[in-house]
Write a protein that binds this ligand. Structure first.
Ligand SMILES: N[C@@H](CCC(=O)N[C@@H](CS)C(=O)NCC(=O)O)C(=O)O
Length: 210
């Protein structure tokens, strides 16, 4: 594959949505390069691989750019060979699993807002920030309560699921960014400990790009 054909993940090593994409690339052994977005407060779409939402991750391919972690992960899967069995969000057809996925992604999005507000100087003690924190705590309590049952209900013959990857990125990021203490969440910690044994997890550890 020439340098021009090599897909490029655009993101940051400290971003949990980017880590989803990087984890899929590592699991699926898809050769790629990584381009760091230096300033997450930039308002120029060019800095985000053309994403008008001004968000990461983006995957740049000769066919075009793919916006968002789910699109990127699916495209990486399509590029993988052999294609392992991945459980995608639309496969989660019972409330327990579908809600687990919804709340995992919503908790990630809520965390983004909290971190970005703080970064932009709004502080973390506005009424909205307090509401977001309350919502995040509620979601984390729900995820903790249902984690064991949900993980046990995933199809056993899977190689990977979007739910597990996102849950791992959420919980480890809360710890990394010091948004919430994660010690109280025993089931989620146990899951993360197991998941972190995968080489893809250690290859994509969070760190601040310099
Ligand atoms: N729906 C997007 C959300 C991506 C997202 O929120 N990424 C964060 C970084 S973890 C971001 O770009 N934040 C910039 C901002 O909020 O302005 C996805 O699933 O990838």
């Amino acid at each position: 594959m020439s340098a021009l054909e090599t897909p490029v993940i655009i993101g940051r090593s400290s971003s949990h949505f980017t880590r989803i994409a990087r984890l899929f690339a590592a699991e699926l052994r898809v050769h790629h390069s990584f381009q760091v977005v230096r300033d997450l407060l930039s308002t120029n779409p060019v800095d985000y691989g053309g994403n008008p939402a001004l968000r990461i991750p983006v995957l740049k391919t000769p066919q075009g750019a793919w916006f968002g972690a789910l699109n990127v992960s699916r495209e990486l899967w399509r590029r993988s060979s052999p294609r392992p069995r991945v459980v995608w969000p639309e496969d989660l057809d019972v409330p327990l699993l579908a809600n687990m996925q919804e709340l995992t992604l919503q908790a990630m999005a809520t965390e983004v807002t909290l971190v970005m507000e703080k970064m932009a100087g709004a502080g973390d003690d506005t009424r909205h920030a307090r509401k977001l924190r309350e919502s995040l705590l509620n979601m984390m309590a729900w995820l903790e309560e249902h984690a064991n049952a949900a993980l046990a209900a995933l199809p056993p013959e899977r190689a990977l699921s979007y739910l597990e990857v996102t849950l791992f990125c959420l919980v480890t990021h809360l710890e990394f960014r010091d948004v919430l203490p994660t010690k109280p969440y025993a089931a989620l910690n146990e899951f993360c400990q197991q998941f972190s044994k995968r080489p893809s997890a250690s290859e994509t550890s969070f760190r601040f790009d310099t």
